[in-house]
Design a protein around this ligand. Structure first.
Ligand code: 5GP
Length: 119
């Protein structure tokens, strides 16, 4: 899958669409989901052009990979999610239910998140 520069998160990265920013550095942007599914629902995205988690894992630099997972650690710490826990979800392509074709990790927390998959 090639990267679509017109996807909504590319527009957020370029500042063409606003977001409720939670975290930002050279490699990572995180912001609140527009339709939260839990008291805390944060989307973490790389600033680089990666379509999916496997694209990111295969093609990102060591610096990008480290920055991404370090950002998740810092966000869950800052939001007070460490003690009770949280869930990270990376929906991927058709069967994973991915809607936006720019890699993103959902962080959900603040209450029990429920079953891992719908039956
Ligand atoms: P996916 O289904 O691709 O894993 O998740 C995409 C997520 O992006 C959804 O949870 C959806 O609510 C969120 N989303 C879609 N458009 C926007 C937007 O313009 N701003 C923000 N903050 N979130 C968005």
């Amino acid at each position: 899958m090639s990267y679509d520069d017109n996807n909504i998160f590319a527009k957020i990265l370029r500042g063409e669409i606003p977001c409720d920013e939670v975290y930002r550095n050279e490699y990572v942007l995180a912001f609140n989901d527009i339709a939260p599914q839990a008291p805390h629902h944060i989307l973490v995205i790389p600033t680089g052009k990666y379509v999916s988690i496997d694209d990111f894992g295969r093609n990102a630099s060591a610096e990008e990979l480290q920055a991404f997972y370090k950002a998740i650690d810092e966000i869950v710490e800052e939001k007070g999610l460490k003690e009770k826990g949280f869930r990270c979800i990376a929906n991927t392509r058709e069967h994973g239910g991915q809607e936006v074709p720019h890699y993103h990790m959902h962080i959900l927390g603040g209450q029990p998140i429920g079953p891992m998959v719908s039956k």
